[in-house]
Write a protein that binds this ligand. Sequence first.
Ligand code: FA5
Length: 342
Amino acid sequence: MLETLETIGSTQAEALQAIANAPDDAVLEALRVAYLGKKGHVKQFYALLGKVPPEQKAEAGQRINALRDAVETALSERKSALQANRYADLADKEWLDVTAPGLRQSRGRLHPITQIQYEIEDIFRSMGFDVFDGPQVEDDYHNFEALNIPADHPARDMQDTFWLTNGRLLRTHTSSVQIRAMQQHKPPLRGISPGRVYRYEATDASHENTFYQVEGLMVDKDISVAHLIYVMKKLLREIFQKDVEVRLRPGFFPFVEPGFELDIACLICSGSGCAVCKHEGWVELLPCGAIHPNVLRHCNIDPEVYTGFAFGLGLNRLVMMRYGINDIRHFQSGNLAFLEQF
Ligand code: FA5
């Protein structure tokens, strides 16, 4: 056998020792190239086979194959061992308790005003009412003029207004949607319109500059104040799940005739007097009345044929009464401790 081929055994021993001691993947790869690569030891031994006498060829071939297999196995074993070491190091450095309870994800929830708004929508839908929407940036016509409040009418002072530089305004009440609904839909008509309204006024325990109302209206032949009172009572019974004490007194709004103020006995102080009810024991909640004939005319509805009622519920105050909240300013405070109670 050629002299060089006699070194197969010693080459194998060297290779296995070097591989077993390889400190990392880079050295391991260099060893693979040195022994199994195109110009590596194994290829060079195969190249010499042609010069071996025929009777020794088989044995020489088997020894080269054995060298190749042993190197391949050693490389693969060392690779696995290096990987296992890496994981062990990582586990030492980055210790992880897989039995520790996970971090609690905090979930968002609906604002209490939105929750009650949805409840009110359900109550009215069950009575056959539609839900209408309208713009918060309004024009003078829908917010005042069509509601029987002409430009120089003193009733404009009842609702201090945020005017925009383009002559439009932030709606002061949801009654503007009453007009839009009656212009778009002919009677018989029943609908509510919940939404945000704005008033240029100082805040206190029961007044905000940005708050919510729910407008409601019903127009048909022979609609009377009796229908209005029935619907108001039904709403309050459903919301409070009990009969609450209410009082109806005359109220002036240019868009209703007759007009009423429906007050609720203050549920914060049980009528004994507090900041919310201004120490009167009653909270103004639900002004309402029979729709003024002029308003119907503005919407091309003949007041000789049709009559209707309308109301404008103060939603923030209703939520305050329902949950015993003693200051309206909590709603917009962004205070999570307050909001998470609902
Ligand atoms: C109106 O806004 C009328 N558009 C309501 C109406 C509709 C009357 C249809 C007749 C027919 P008023 O300004 O009173 O009315 O407001 C209605 C309700 O909104 C009040 O009863 C009160 O509950 C609530 N509210 C009024 N101003 C504020 C405020 N600054 N902060 C919080 N709630 C308010």
